[in-house]
Write a new protein. Structure first.
Length: 213
C-alpha cells in the first residue's frame, strides 16, 4: 500500500465521521414536524409517552383550539393479562392521561375515551371515522412525540388522504428527545429505529400488522 493511499484513508476517516453525523442529525430533524394550529373539533392524545402528550394536549385545550380532549385505549398486553391473573391490576394508560389532564385544569366532561386501538394506524382510522360524523369539515389535532410526528403525518396521508377530515399534527414541547443528538443515547436510538421501520411499513402499505394477544 503506497503512502498516498494510506494518507487518503487517514484523511477520509474524519470526513466520513463528520458526514455521518451530519446525515444522522438531518434525519433526526426530519422526523420532527408540526402543523400550524387551527380551530378543531377535538384534540386526540395518541397512545404512549405519559405524561408529556397529555400535558401538551392540556396546553392546546387551554389556548382554546378545541372543546374536547380524546384519549385512546389499548387492549391489555400479555404481561398485563398475566398480572391480572395474579390479582394485580395495572391501570390503563388513559387513566393516567385523564389524571394529568384534570390536574392541569381540563374539565372532566371535556375528556372522552374513544374506540380501542392497537397502534397508531388504528388510532388514525378511529379518529378519521369520528371526524367524518362531526359537524362542519372536521379537524382533529393529533398530539404525539417529536420522533413520532413524521410517521403520524405519513399514516394520516396514507389512510385518510387529503380529503376531509383534516389532521393537525403537533408534538409535545416537553419531549426530551433531542433530534441533533439522538444517536448518542440508547433511548433515542431505540425510538428512531422504531420510527424508521414504522415509516418503511407505512410506505409499503402496512404489511406488518399490530397485534396484542
Amino acid at each position: 500500500m503506497t503512502t498516498a493511499i494510506i494518507a487518503f484513508l487517514i484523511l477520509s476517516v474524519p470526513v466520513a465521521v463528520l458526514l455521518g453525523r451530519f446525515l444522522l442529525r438531518r434525519f433526526g430533524r426530519w422526523l420532527v414536524v408540526a402543523d400550524p394550529l387551527q380551530p378543531a373539533n377535538a384534540i386526540l392524545v395518541l397512545g404512549g409517552c405519559v405524561p408529556f402528550r397529555a400535558m401538551e394536549a392540556a396546553a392546546i385545550y387551554h389556548q382554546g383550539w378545541a372543546p374536547e380532549v380524546w384519549l385512546t385505549q389499548y387492549p391489555p398486553t400479555p404481561e398485563e393479562r398475566v398480572l391480572a391473573s395474579m390479582g394485580i391490576e395495572v391501570p390503563p394508560e388513559n387513566s393516567y392521561n385523564r389524571r394529568v389532564l384534570e390536574h392541569l385544569g381540563v374539565p372532566s366532561e371535556a375528556i372522552l375515551v374513544i374506540e380501542p386501538g392497537l397502534d397508531t394506524a388504528t388510532e388514525v382510522r378511529n379518529a378519521a371515522a369520528r371526524m367524518r360524523s362531526a359537524p362542519g369539515k372536521g379537524v382533529v389535532i393529533l398530539v404525539t412525540s417529536k420522533s413520532h410526528a413524521r410517521r403520524v403525518k405519513v399514516l394520516w396521508r396514507a389512510l385518510v388522504g387529503s380529503r376531509p377530515p383534516q389532521a393537525v399534527v403537533r408534538y409535545t414541547a416537553d419531549d426530551p428527545f433531542v433530534p441533533e443528538r439522538w444517536f448518542l443515547n440508547t433511548r433515542d436510538v431505540g425510538l428512531v429505529a422504531h420510527e424508521f421501520f414504522g415509516l418503511l411499513n407505512a410506505w409499503a402499505g402496512l404489511p406488518v400488522k399490530a397485534e396484542r394477544s
